[in-house]
Ligand binder design. Structure first.
Ligand code: BMX
Ligand code: ZN
Length: 291
C-alpha cells in the first residue's frame, strides 16, 4: 500500500508518499496559522494536487483532538482560532481516497516506537513546537483513547500561577514551554512581533534574557518527563518538534532532569524520524489497523 501522508500542525502543512515506512516526494507549506476552514481547505487542495493518483489511501497526522475523523482543537489559538474541521470528509472529497486521521503526537509516538525496534514497550513522545504535544505507548500499545484525547500531556499543570493556556486552563505546560509561549515571553522583553524562533536565535547568540526563557521551557519539559515517567514507569522518552530538536534544547532538558532523583529519569532520546515522525507514524498506524 502506498499512503499519501499528511501532517497538519499549528504552523505547517506537509505531505508525502509513504511506502513501508519510507518517505518520498515530501512537500511542505508553512502556514501562518490557519485563519478559517476555507483557508485550510484551499491549502489542502493546492498541496494535494501534485499527488494525484499516486496513492491508495490517505493518512493524516493532525494537531488537535481527533475523533471519528473530526478535528477539534484543545487549544484553538494554535490554529488561528480554527476549532472544528471535518478533516476526513474534506480530504476524502478532495482526493477520492479512503482517509484515516490520528493526532500528530500520537502518530509520532508510534513512529518512534517502531523506529527504536519496539524495544521500549513503555514510552512517551513529546513534541515541543507550536504547541506541546505528547503520545504514549504503554505495553507496546499506542494510546489513543475513546475520545482521541490520550496523551495530551501538554495540558497538564506546570505552574498554578502561570499564564492562562489557549485551552482555558491556567498554567499548562504548553502555555510556558511551547514555541508560541517562548515567542510571547520574548515579546515582553524584545518587543511585539517576536517569535519563538527569534528568541531561540538570541539564546544561541548568548543573550541572557532569551536563555532564561528557553531554559524555563526546557525545565518545564523536564518536569513533564518526570511526571510521565513516575506515572507510567517509562523506559524511554523521545523528544521532537521544531523547538525540541533545536540546537542544545535536549541538553537543557537533560540538565534539568539530572537534578531530579534517578527514578524520574528515563532514557532520553531525540526523535529518530525527525520532522517526518507524524507522516511515518500515521502510515504505520494505518498499516497496523488493517491487519
Ligand atoms: C496542542 C494540541 C494537540 C497537539 C499539540 C502539538 C490543538 C490544536 N493541538 O496541544 O492536539 O498534538 O498542540 O501540535 O489543540 P503542534 O501543532 O505543535 O504540532
Ligand atoms: Zn492547556
Amino acid at each position: 500500500t502506498t499512503y499519501l501522508a499528511i501532517d497538519l500542525g499549528g504552523t505547517k502543512l506537509a505531505a508525502a508518499l509513504v511506502k513501508d515506512g519510507i518517505v518520498s516526494a515530501r512537500q511542505q507549506l508553512d502556514t501562518q496559522s490557519e485563519k478559517s476552514p476555507e483557508v485550510l481547505r484551499q491549502n489542502l487542495i493546492s498541496l494535494l494536487a501534485s499527488f494525484h493518483n499516486q496513492a491508495d489511501q490517505v493518512v493524516v497526522a493532525s494537531t488537535g483532538i481527533i475523533q471519528d475523523g473530526l478535528l477539534t482543537a484543545l487549544n484553538p489559538l494554535n490554529l488561528g482560532g480554527l476549532d472544528h474541521f471535518p478533516l476526513k470528509a474534506e480530504i476524502e472529497a478532495i482526493t477520492g481516497l479512503p482517509t484515516r486521521v490520528i493526532n500528530d503526537a500520537q502518530a509520532a509516538a508510534w513512529a518512534e516506537h517502531q523506529a527504536t525496534g519496539g524495544q521500549y514497550s513503555n514510552m512517551a513522545f513529546i513534541t515541543v513546537s507550536t504547541g506541546v504535544g505528547a503520545g504514549l505507548v504503554i505495553d507496546g500499545q499506542l494510546q489513543i483513547g475513546a475520545r482521541g484525547i490520550a496523551g495530551h500531556a501538554g495540558h497538564t499543570l506546570a505552574d498554578p500561577h502561570g499564564p492562562v493556556c489557549g485551552c482555558g486552563r491556567r498554567g499548562c505546560v504548553e502555555a510556558i514551554a511551547s514555541g508560541t509561549a517562548i515567542g510571547q515571553q520574548g515579546c515582553a522583553v524584545f518587543g511585539t512581533g517576536c517569535t519563538g524562533r527569534d528568541v531561540y536565535q538570541r539564546y544561541l547568540a548568548g543573550d541572557e534574557a532569551a536563555k532564561q526563557i528557553v531554559t524555563r521551557s526546557a525545565t518545564v519539559i523536564a518536569q513533564l518527563i518526570a511526571d510521565l515517567t513516575i506515572t507510567n514507569d517509562l523506559d524511554a522518552v523521545v523528544i521532537g518538534g521544531g523547538v525540541g530538536l533545536a540546537t542544545n534544547y535536549l541538553e537543557l532538558v537533560e540538565e534539568a532532569l539530572f537534578t531530579l532523583p534517578a527514578v524520574y529519569q528515563p532514557k532520553l532520546l531525540p526523535a529518530k524520524c525527525s520532522t517526518d515522525a507524524g507522516l511515518i507514524g500515521a502510515a504505520l498506524w494505518a498499516q497496523s489497523c488493517r491487519q
